[in-house]
Design a protein around this ligand. Sequence first.
Ligand code: SF4
Length: 350
Amino acid sequence: MQKITKKIKIKNLWVGGDSPITVQSMTNTDTRDIDRTVTQILELEKVGCEIIRIAIPDEQAVASIEPILNLIHIPLIADIHFDYKLAIKSIEKGVHCVRINPGNIGGAENTKKVIDAARLNNCAIRLGINAGSLEKDLLKKYGVTADALVESAIRNIKIFEENNFENLKISIKASSVPLTIEAYRKLAQITDYPLHIGITEAGTKFSGTIRSAVGIGTLLSEGIGDTLRVSLTANPIEEVKVGWEILKSLNLRTRGVEIISCPTCGRTEIDLISLAEKVESMLSSINKHFSVAVMGCPVNGPGEAREADYGIAGGKKQGIIFKKGVVVKKVREEDLLDEFYKIILEEINE
Ligand code: SF4
């Protein structure tokens, strides 16, 4: 069960409380290149990105905020490091949230100035604690541990509470999966602020996906996490797709087509691996939620295929197409994909 946290609003989107868990990403374009950044954000919107973060390294990047805001549809977060003035300027330009780490923008004094600007402009703040930039005294006391991360979070939350600012969400990330899980578990016990979860610097598409699925999935299955970002050394579109798959696999959100496919074995008599990949890519742009089973053989295949909204069960160079548990037709292998697509399209266009 989802742990009930406080609820904050980022543009028109609620984060926390009983709100759906949202999928975020971050652009990897140069923010100063408005066209490329907007193009990437619009592509990310199409695959289900619900909140987008952009890096704001300098004044020129701040100048891109307004034009970007005018062309996108989802809430925009400015990612700030080192210079609190960039956070204030980004807030004044209309971003819906800023991500800061008080430790690297000059501590409580400068954080207060960012808080004042955020309050005035109805902007949320994400307090981002990162294992890579922990305070020196905490590192000395604990080393890079969950206790150090949590104490850093507590210390920084105090700055916001002393300034009566509650429009806050928190992340406490590390690249180690067990460390991240332990830190979030501890943090979830002591705070009610919404939590942004993820494994930072998780790695390349393959290993990062697995590490993120294990880390984020473990936390979500324990009810921890209100919004998530999968960090991959890859096109951010992959981050969003992976984020959604994690949520879908835990039945926390639904979106698009859920593909069930068998691993193939010695009984498979059609080219199922390529068929399943083609089915997945053919249906990837459909937002309507339904399930599709692509099964290799007539032994277990029809049973699974019947459970799904649509299904294919392979046979000897042929396949049976099912729709809602009923056999629709038997088709030759070479016509299977086209016939299957036709049947699904008829249905979703109804
Ligand atoms: S569904 Fe059939 S082909 Fe696929 S793994 Fe199971 S037994 Fe093998």
